[in-house]
Ligand binder design. Sequence first.
Ligand code: XMP
Length: 327
Amino acid sequence: MANDRRPDDMVRITTPELANAFIEEQVALLKQQIGDRKVLLALSGGVDSSVVAALLIKAVGQQLVCVHVNHGLLRKGEPEQVIEVFRNQMKANLIYVDATDRFLDKLAGVNDPETKRKIIGNEFIEVFAEEARKLDGVECLAQGTIWPDILESENGIKAHHNAGGLPEDLKFELVEPVKVLFKDEVRMVGTCLGLPDSMVFRQPFPGPGLGVRCPGAITRDRLEAVRESDAILREEFAKNGLEGKVWQYFTVVPDFKSTGIKDGNRAFEWSVIIRAVNTTDAMTAEVENIPFELMQHLVKRITSEVKGVNRVLYDFTPKPTGTIEFE
Ligand code: XMP
């Protein structure tokens, strides 16, 4: 396929006109590469895979088969948004797999962060491969590889998340329509393809999802406390003009309880930790200065609305010494 590498003189896609020209060119190239074959895509709902899905829907429509695996560690409303945007609005061919029980059963009792990551990664490939084997005649695999992924893998910083992980019996021709784009360009293209801002401009979210925000062994009730408190934090940041201003913000619920009082009774419950940081490259990060009134409001909402939580704490630690995530 043409455009294998980003040409040195490629103009940065900063306007809708440039994005539309890119879309038109890619749609033609995708039609040429794919022909009448079927293409498979793991659609997480993240920016990159969503933009790839939207491009492919435009280019080959129903020849695209999207698989959305819900590993049970997604944020509140995420699987619903993927189904609404891609199946209902864009009429994509979308297979939704609720694999929550499979993942949470495998993770039960597992304390070590890296083992948790490995289990989540391996199980994801396993579930995706099972779905791929059920389909007939799929020859191509689309991926949301972007230009920084290629640069980082060339520089040995990280292995780029390509088809390398799939089992031997699954061999696909790769389709990577945004691989010469930087993140801001992917966003501009996504907007021009009609994807909602909440999908295109969302904050980074790690592959292992809420799993790394439920430190130690994941339990369903603590995971629910992470999910509900995260939803409240996101809602309040959006209402108070912090969405889009703060680089990453989320909640963590460690596996420890403390004594409190609720309705005049002793309440021995968890604490929610709020983390909100700014960074440019995620290598270092500074803590956001959240207005005190907003903090008080968050404390009130989280302690009254999230089951099993009696305290809210704020993490004032920059990176270094703390990493952005807790695990
Ligand atoms: P840390 O915690 O290393 O995070 O300071 C830096 C950035 O990377 C994200 N992160 C991950 N992303 N898989 C991912 O896809 C992971 O296992 C993972 N761990 C951390 C984190 O959210 C932050 O944006």
